[in-house]
Design a protein around this ligand. Structure first.
Ligand SMILES: *[C@@H]1O[C@H](CO)[C@@H](O)[C@H](O)[C@H]1NC(C)=O
Ligand SMILES: *[C@@H]1O[C@H](CO)[C@@H](O)[C@H](O)[C@H]1NC(C)=O
Length: 263
């Protein structure tokens, strides 16, 4: 680990139970500007309707040689100022995202084990964290101690076998033709309980280079299911025009929990 924030969730492990929602945002060293925007907007740390929202960026390294050293120094300065970056020494690329995810879960068990809920997402999504808190508080029988995993649900996603594809998974790595149900990695919500279960399962499942599908594999092995939520929407290139029209209306964002602006 290169950068840590040991007391992110409080001075003691018990205090991490006071964190209602931990925003865990995947970001690479080069995305400094995105992090700055998120700190000032939806990922601002605050007390929302009596619930503490905390934020952390998770990152690997970028560049090689001197450039890598320079970028690491900048990250260190940024972390001195904001105390919200966890960085590990691996190259931050798409293929290594599963590694990042599992390293974070490992960190969480050591530093922030009792946080109630987590939003796991990319640094290029829009999340309505007020709505998120409202939704999570409405789950009367779940205070983070029961299963929850919601997002934009993918069912029967075929495994890509074209070696040129970004999503290529060789048959030696994964035999079946389709993945178990999983939520798109742009943004999903889970309970502290489910984070622990996934972490436990990850010990016996070899890392697969598609991070969100890997989460689905861990859930399946634990006998748990991811679910969809109307507020977790993907706005891509091929969205129906009605939805695109709606999205121009500011009121559209009222019910949104997480909007994934992905192509
Ligand atoms: C993943 O990270 C490791 C450790 O830094 C690095 O050796 C490897 O090249 C990375 N993989 C990719 C595909 O970038
Ligand atoms: C995770 O594994 C540990 C050690 O095996 C076990 O004590 C714990 O109950 C497991 N937690 C969950 C939520 O499955």
């Amino acid at each position: 680990m290169l950068l840590d924030v040991p007391d992110l969730c409080g001075a003691t492990l018990q205090e991490s139970a006071n964190v209602f929602l931990l925003l865990v945002i995947k970001s690479t060293p080069l995305n400094y500007e995105r992090r700055e925007v998120l700190r000032k907007t939806w990922a601002k740390e605050r007390l929302q309707n009596g619930a503490w929202i905390r934020r952390v960026f998770i990152s690997g390294t970028a560049g090689v040689g001197e450039e890598k050293t320079e970028l690491n120094k900048l990250m260190e300065l940024e972390n001195q100022e904001n105390k919200d970056i966890l960085q590990w020494d691996f190259t931050d690329t798409f293929i290594n995202l599963t590694l990042k995810q599992v390293l974070f879960l490992d960190w969480m068990q050591k530093r922030c084990p009792y946080a109630r809920f987590l939003l796991n997402g990319d640094d290029d999504v829009f999340a309505n964290t007020d709505n998120m808190v409202e939704y999570l508080q409405s789950l009367s029988d779940n205070n983070g101690d029961k299963h929850l995993f919601v997002g934009a649900l993918n069912l029967f996603m075929p495994v890509i076998r074209d070696s040129w594809s970004k999503y290529f998974v060789p048959v030696q790595m994964y035999k079946l033709d389709s993945f178990p149900p999983y939520c798109g990695g742009g943004g999903f919500l889970l309970s502290g309980f489910t984070a622990k279960v996934i972490y436990n399962m990850s010990h016996s499942i070899p890392l697969l280079p598609i991070d969100d599908a890997y989460m689905g594999m861990c859930l399946e092995k634990a006998g748990l299911k991811p679910t969809s939520h109307f507020g977790m929407r993907t706005l891509g290139l091929n969205i129906p025009s009605k939805m695109a029209e709606d999205a121009k209306d500011p009121c559209y964002f009222r019910e949104i929990i997480c909007l994934l602006l992905k192509t």
